[in-house]
Design a protein around this ligand. Structure first.
Ligand SMILES: [Cu+2]
Length: 485
């Protein structure tokens, strides 16, 4: 090859690259989604009052209290309350730890919102309240809230407030991601290690570019526990308190997912073979990294810090420093129990282990969703019509996600039956009961009570199927319909 040709061949890809790379400011350049001009950087000042919240320690329709992440609440303003408390938590069997919390739980509730949404936050420092039946083991003290999802003056918004005081502030979510929140009152290390942290999931303005069958939150954190030097007991069991020597030396006694040693081994997350799972993984630390891995599968996508712009494909493990997060998505290839671990095995051996299992049943408790009402609703017009019709015509005999009535629970029906099968069934159940083996088997299971023909038109049937498809695209247990009992 002559020299000139060689040079041209070498230069060609570079020239092509240059040609593709539209310079910033060029008229055809795409708008920068992170353009500061479209961000809210001037939130109003925080206010502090001496009016106390009473009742539940957390509230807000955008909060999830467990690993089951609720679907996005579409309202553009998310009002959330996360009060601090001092309480005893079980971090492992027999280890009753004197914790400080947001929302009376460790980790604190997960907030879900979207870029452009406003968070209207308030927190009462209730560290001086005694909870009935639980002795107060830690003295009341100052606490504060630091949201990594916010762009605000820390001296204003992240101020510490005294027991009995309430701080209120607002901010707008400018970046998508999975962000930590934590108490920022000195010694910050002690406040985090005592349990004062949680996650804020911020979806991109247009939502995620992929579709998944399940969504769960996994928060890794360390505990540094020692037996109470004063030998105090809780319900006859020894009390554990923060070991500040171990804390400073970064030598945890427990490293856990979602606040409990081996918690998701005894209560695995559920998924079915062939499903796509999205995990929102946050490593709180406070002092260790996590080498997050799921045994038996490969992360199809990894979005570092939970932002789809930071994408990796086909990853075995994702490395998370303290307060780093990732969204990981993967397939459940076949039936089995897939093991989530911190692949720093010293951490895994301290309890950072959990399962996603095809044998796990959705927790009935979670379906009822604690004290919060479901806000998920379809947006597709056919699915909306299907939902309305279903609620008036079918709820007498069917539930969604809440068990069998006269007819089967219809959660998952779009997955266990084909569209053609469902269409034939809804057109003429009597014909199917004569000719179709699956229909006959189902009739037997339902005490030989045949479903009456509902006289549905083809377009009505289409609407029911759209609704069923929508239900089955939501994280399990987040949509329920029961009707009158
Ligand atoms: Cu604190």
């Amino acid at each position: 090859m002559n020299l000139l040709l060689k040079a041209t061949v070498l230069a060609l890809p570079i020239l092509l690259l240059m040609a593709c790379d539209v310079p910033v400011g060029h008229p055809t350049a795409k708008a920068d989604p992170y353009d500061v001009k479209s961000m809210d950087l001037k939130p109003s000042p925080a206010s502090i009052s001496s009016v106390r919240h009473t009742g539940p320690f957390s509230s807000g329709s955008s909060l999830s209290l467990t690993s089951d992440l609720r679907p996005l609440d579409p309202s553009p303003v998310k009002t959330i309350q996360l009060d601090t408390s001092h309480k005893i938590i079980d971090i492992a069997p027999g280890v009753k730890f004197s914790a400080w919390t947001f929302g009376d739980q460790v980790p604190g509730p997960t907030v879900r919102a979207r870029v452009g949404d406003k968070i209207r936050f308030s927190m009462t420092n209730r560290s001086d309240e005694t909870i009935p039946g639980v002795q107060l083991t830690a003295a009341p003290m100052m606490h504060s809230m630091d949201f990594h999802a916010a762009m605000v003056s820390p001296q204003d918004k992240y101020r510490s407030v005294a027991p009995g005081q309430t701080i209120t502030f607002e901010f707008t979510l400018n970046y998508p991601g999975v962000f930590m929140y934590h108490c920022g009152t000195p010694m910050i290390l002690e406040h985090i290690a005592s349990g004062m942290y949680g996650a804020v999931v911020v979806e991109p303005r247009e939502g995620y570019p992929t579709k998944v069958d399940r969504e769960y939150v996994v928060i890794q954190s360390e505990f540094y526990a020692k037996l109470d030097p004063d030998n105090r007991k809780v319900d006859g069991a020894p009390l554990y308190v923060l070991d500040t020597d171990r804390l400073k030396a970064a030598q945890p006694t427990h490293t856990v997912f979602n606040g409990t040693h081996n918690g998701m081994v005894t209560k695995p997350l559920s998924a079915k073979a062939g499903e796509r799972v999205r995990l929102f993984v946050l490593n709180v630390g406070p002092s260790k990294t996590s080498s997050f891995h799921v045994v038996g599968t490969i992360f199809d996508r990894v979005w570092i810090d939970g932002n789809p712009d930071n994408q990796f494909r086909g990853m075995q493990t994702v490395l998370l420093g303290s307060s780093n997060a990732a969204i990981v998505e993967f397939m459940i290839p076949e039936d089995g129990s897939y093991i989530m671990v911190d692949h720093h095995f010293a951490n895994a051996s301290q309890g950072a282990i959990g399962l996603i299992s095809t044998e796990a049943k959705a927790d009935q408790k979670d379906i009822e969703h604690h004290n919060m009402e479901a806000t998920a609703a379809p947006t597709d017009p056919d699915a909306i019509a299907g939902k309305q019709a279903f609620e008036s015509k079918c709820l007498a005999c069917h539930s969604i996600g809440l068990g069998k009535k006269l007819g089967p629970d219809l959660a998952g029906v779009s997955k266990r039956r084909s569209e053609a099968w469902l269409t034939s069934w809804l057109t003429s159940p009597e014909k199917m009961l004569e000719t179709d083996a699956d229909a006959k088997a189902m009739l037997k299971e339902h005490n030989d009570i045949p479903m009456p023909n509902q006289n549905l038109s083809a377009s009505e049937i289409k609407q029911y199927l759209k609704y069923f498809g929508w239900i089955d695209a939501q994280p399990v247990g987040t949509v329920g319909a029961a009707g009158a009992h």
